[in-house]
Design a protein around this ligand. Sequence first.
Ligand SMILES: O=C(O)CCC(=O)C(=O)O
Ligand SMILES: [Fe+2]
Length: 273
Amino acid sequence: MPPKLERLDGRVSSATLCDVLQRDGAVVVENALSATQLAGLNHDLDHIIATTPPGVRHPTEDDMIEFYGQSTIRIDGLPAKSQTFVEVMELPLLSGMADHFLLPNCDDYLLNTGQLIEIAPGETVQRLHRDDNVWRHVPAPKPELEVEAMFALSDFTAANGATRVAPGSHRWPHDREAMPEEILQAEMKAGTALFYLGSTLHSGGENRTTDEYRRGMFLGYVVGWLRTEENTFLTVPIEKVREMPVRIQELLGYKAIRAMGVVNVGSPMKLLQ
Ligand SMILES: O=C(O)CCC(=O)C(=O)O
Ligand SMILES: [Fe+2]
């Protein structure tokens, strides 16, 4: 059977979404964002994108320069930069997916990172990868560690770099590579999202256009006992965190989970009062 990327509507139940994710490892959710949320995110981020050069400025390793893309703008710290991002963090489908896949493996989960990813004309294809390979020292068989969504903030087309994904690859042996016919592209109208598991093979696409900027926003949750990719304690100023809903404060790491993440050997929530 040729691989297929299922498309659901944003009004679908979390249970149905999770069934498809369990089966395919990835699914497109149409109208995941309301028109107001889409406009809000673009409005909040437009001016920051306009003043951010592409490429990583302080790479941790040389191979990350290529991975992050030299013609790609990446911006983190989104909870501090966009009120709408904070709202999107609590979308019922995202929480439903995180509860279903992560809570069997942890007491609570954390925002792993939120990233604006804008791929410019001429950007080359990113190598296929599993995002949960960040935690490669967790021995196999790995429990599900991470769930994520890539929201299209502009139209994603095959030509402008729509995310590539190999449905079903979350079940493959770790060393199995995807054959070309197993890789699909998540073509999406702005406001649509690709929901996927951290164990699913995917990557950013090549931007073969001369004038289209593919703007996506990534948001992922990770089990609370792993170190998050983004250092949100530094990317989101504590003064801003103080004004956020309690659940967002928890997702940003201000909830100690038993002995993990304590301050003064107690709850960091106290710092926010
Ligand atoms: O930009 C995309 O479509 C995907 C990017 C990605 O997978 C990553 O940077 O980990
Ligand atoms: Fe990725």
